[in-house]
Write a protein that binds this ligand. Structure first.
Ligand SMILES: *Cc1c(COP(=O)(O)O)cnc(C)c1O
Length: 372
């Protein structure tokens, strides 16, 4: 048996006619830039998440840069953000000459440690950029308490967090709706992924919404009249049409992910040498990435590779040890939890069309490794 880490072709085969029709309709209409499918998808995205406003942009990284720009995470402002995440969560701050201030993560959730974040607040702190990683959101109740007490803006990197909800103010709220802005990525592997790049910015604030809409078309709402120095970053109409089809099947897809996760949890629970992910802080998880913490991780990865099982290491190097962030002055040992998890984390195959047999085979192969 051969188990891919991820495979987009299985879903395409499942709904081929719907995807083909959606793509053909865009081409036949001849309207490629901000065609009607973009607005339709934004509306459907609002319906699903409960957001008041959604702005489709070219990718999740651009969404982060645009939102950071609007919230003024720039020109020396200090922004507190976790050291264990995808690069784009931090580069958006650094690109605009803001100063990323890293904090460590919680060893159960992989998300930022809000106590550590609190200790790093100074008079120059302007914002917090929490990241909702793998299967749950950061502790948003603690995050908003810090933000309110210190008058900070909050940008939620919800790139991985489609469908995730967390208890806040007595109700479950969708990821990305608690801070000032939330951003999403439609990179193909994400819970809702396109057939190319795509991203979304959501907010409940009308003024921020208007700015985001303007920023994605060179800071202009009226053609050739520019209020801001913006960007050229729009969600592609073809991608919007594809994503609309995906959104119509998303609850089924999220349910399938949960079934695979249940198999992993059941079959791996008694293996010493493995720690399963823990869901905390009143989260309703979505199994975007199923990441175990494994002793002898590299040898396990090699063993699974020989069995033709795809895995992935998120993330091998914490951001404070990346060459491009040397100028921030951090050193090895500064973030012990993140540094440890970079050596033990291993993501297992997880996508809706994975089969039960495949999930079982992954677990048996892991068991075999630790029996040796
Ligand atoms: C995927 C991802 C991004 C970037 O999204 P792109 O659409 O690939 O630009 C940002 N932050 C996190 C945490 C991500 O996982």
């Amino acid at each position: 048996m051969k188990v891919p880490f991820y495979d987009a072709t299985r879903e395409y085969k499942l709904y081929k006619e719907e995807f083909d029709r959606a793509i053909a309709d865009v081409i036949a209409s001849g309207a490629f830039i901000l065609g009607k499918q973009v607005q339709e998808f934004e509306k459907a995205f609002c319906n699903y998440t409960g957001a008041k406003y959604a702005v489709g942009v070219a990718n999740g990284s651009d969404a982060l840069v645009i939102a950071s720009d609007i919230l003024e995470f720039k020109n020396g402002a200090e922004i507190i953000t976790p050291v264990f995440t995808f690069f784009a969560s931090t580069s958006c701050i650094a690109r605009l000459n803001g100063k990323p201030v890293f904090c460590d993560i919680n060893e159960d959730t992989f998300c930022m440690d809000m106590k550590d974040a609190e200790n790093r607040i100074t008079g120059k702190t302007k914002g917090i950029l929490p990241v909702h990683l793998f299967l749950q959101t950061a502790d948003m109740a603690a995050c908003m308490e810090l933000a309110k007490k210190n008058n900070l803006a909050v940008l939620e990197d919800a790139a991985e967090a489609f469908g995730m909800r967390t208890m806040y103010g007595g109700e479950y709220k969708h990821a990305g709706l608690i801070g000032d802005f939330g951003i999403f990525s439609f990179f193909p592997t994400k819970t809702i992924g396109g057939y190319g790049d795509g991203g979304m910015i959501i907010t409940n604030n009308e003024e921020l919404y208007k700015k985001a809409t303007s920023y994605r078309t060179h800071g202009s709402l009226k053609k050739y009249h520019h209020d801001y120095i913006g960007y050229n970053s729009r969600l592609d109409t073809l991608q919007a049409a594809i994503l609309k089809v995906k959104l119509s099947h998303i609850d089924n897809a999220i349910g399938k992910r949960a079934e695979h996760a249940a198999i992993y949890r059941e079959m791996l629970k008694d293996i010493t040498g493995i720690k399963l992910p823990v869901v905390k802080n009143g989260n309703k998880e979505v199994n975007y990435v199923f990441c175990i913490q494994a002793e002898k991780r590299d040898a396990l990865e090699e063993h699974l590779k020989l069995k033709e099982i795809g895995t992935s290491v998120y993330y091998p190097v914490p951001l404070h040890l990346q060459k491009c962030f040397e100028y921030l002055g951090y050193k090895k040992g500064d973030f012990p939890v993140a540094e440890r998890l970079c050596k033990t984390a291993l993501a297992l195959p997880m996508f809706p069309e994975l089969t039960k047999d495949e999930a079982v085979y992954v677990c048996e192969s892991i068991k075999e490794f630790y029996r040796k």
